[in-house]
Design a protein around this ligand. Structure first.
Ligand SMILES: Nc1ncnc2c1ncn2[C@@H]1O[C@H](COP(=O)(O)OP(=O)(O)OP(=O)(O)O)[C@@H](O)[C@H]1O
Ligand SMILES: [Mg+2]
Length: 274
C-alpha cells in the first residue's frame, strides 16, 4: 500500500501543469507535488498516475515516490487565487502526492543526452501504457541529479475511459514518432526482451492494489473496486505480450527548437548552443 500523509501547508500552484497541481508540505516533513481529485481531469487521472507510476518504478524506471495525501481544504484559506481555492474546496479528503524533486529541470532533448538502452526502455514502457504525453511538445520528463525522471502519467491507458472496448485496445499499435526520446536511437528490441517478461500478473496485481478503493468505486459495469483492478491487470498483461512489435517510429510531425534557455543547457552538460 502507498504510504499516507496529511497536507499541512499549501505552498504554491505549479502553473505549467494543466491540472494545476500544487506544491504542498506534509506532516512527515516531506514536500510533495499534489494532484487533486477535484481537478477537471477527474479521478481516472489519479488512478493512471498510481498504476503507471508504480509499474514504471517496479520495472526499474525512475519515477518519484507516490503517497496518498489527506487534504483539509482549510489549509488553503490564505491562498488568494480563486481557482486554487476552488480546487482545494473540491478536493477534501484523499488525494495523490508525488515526491517533489527540488531543483529538477524540465528535460530538453538538445541539452541532455539519453542512451539508446534507456530511450528504448522509456518508449517501450510508454507504449505499454499508451502514453500520449511524452512528446517533444510536452516531455513530462525531469532531469534531477544528472538522471532522467518520469512524471505525469495521467494521460495514459485511454482504454479505461471505455472499458467495453478495452480488450481490443490491448492489441493496438503505438506511434512513437513524436516521442521526445525517438531521436536517441531507442533500442526497442532490447527493451522489449528485458521488460516484457517482467510485466507479470503478480506484479500488475500488486500495482493495481495500490489504487485506493475510493477512486475505483461505482465504475459502471463492474462489481466493485477489485473487479476494476482486475480489468487493469488483464489489459496491461495482454498488451505487454506483443506491444514491442507494434511500436512505430516515423517522421516527427514538426521540428521544434530547444525550449531551454542557454544557461540551462550550459549547466546540464557544458555544451552551449547545440
Ligand atoms: N515530482 C516533481 N518534482 C519537481 N517538479 C515537478 C514534479 N512533478 C511535476 N513537477 C513540475 O510540475 C509540472 C506539472 O506537473 P505535471 O506535468 O505532473 O502536471 P499536469 O497537470 O499533469 O500537467 P499536463 O499539463 O502535462 O497535463 C511539471 O511540468 C514539472 O515542471
Ligand atoms: Mg505534465
Amino acid at each position: 500500500m502507498l504510504p499516507e500523509v496529511t497536507a499541512t501547508r499549501y505552498v504554491t500552484p505549479l502553473r505549467e501543469g494543466g491540472s494545476l497541481p500544487g506544491i504542498v508540505e506534509a506532516d512527515d516533513l516531506g514536500t510533495y507535488v499534489m494532484k487533486f481529485t477535484g481537478a477537471g481531469q477527474g479521478r481516472k487521472t489519479l488512478v493512471a498516475e498510481v498504476v503507471c507510476g508504480q509499474l514504471g518504478r517496479a520495472l526499474g524506471l525512475r519515477v518519484p515516490d507516490l503517497a496518498r495525501i489527506q487534504l483539509d481544504p482549510v489549509i488553503g484559506r490564505g491562498e488568494p487565487d480563486q481557482e486554487v481555492q476552488g480546487l482545494l474546496k473540491a478536493s477534501g479528503g484523499l488525494n495523490l502526492a508525488m515526491d517533489f524533486l527540488p531543483g529538477a529541470l524540465g528535460f530538453d532533448p538538445l541539452a541532455f543526452e539519453v542512451g539508446a538502452a534507456e530511450a528504448g526502455r522509456v518508449i517501450w514502457f510508454d507504449a505499454l501504457i499508451n502514453n500520449v504525453d511524452r512528446s517533444w511538445r510536452n516531455p513530462n520528463l525531469l532531469v534531477w541529479h544528472g538522471e532522467l525522471w518520469l512524471i505525469d502519467h495521467g494521460a495514459t491507458m485511454i482504454w479505461h475511459h471505455n472499458w467495453p472496448g478495452a480488450a481490443a485496445a490491448a492489441g493496438k499499435a503505438y506511434d512513437a514518432s513524436d516521442h521526445v526520446l525517438a531521436t536517441f536511437g531507442p533500442d526497442l528490441a532490447a527493451a522489449a526482451a528485458e521488460l516484457a517478461p517482467r510485466v507479470t500478473e503478480e506484479l500488475l496485481t500488486e500495482v493495481a492494489a495500490d489504487v485506493p478503493d475510493e477512486w475505483l468505486a461505482d465504475e459502471p459495469g463492474f462489481d466493485g473496486p477489485d473487479a476494476v483492478r482486475r480489468a487493469y491487470v488483464e489489459v496491461l498483461l495482454e498488451r505487454a505480450k506483443g506491444i514491442g512489435d507494434r511500436i512505430t517510429v516515423g517522421e516527427r510531425s514538426k521540428d521544434k527548437p530547444s525550449q531551454a534557455p542557454e544557461w540551462v543547457r550550459v549547466r546540464l552538460d557544458g555544451r552551449a548552443g547545440t
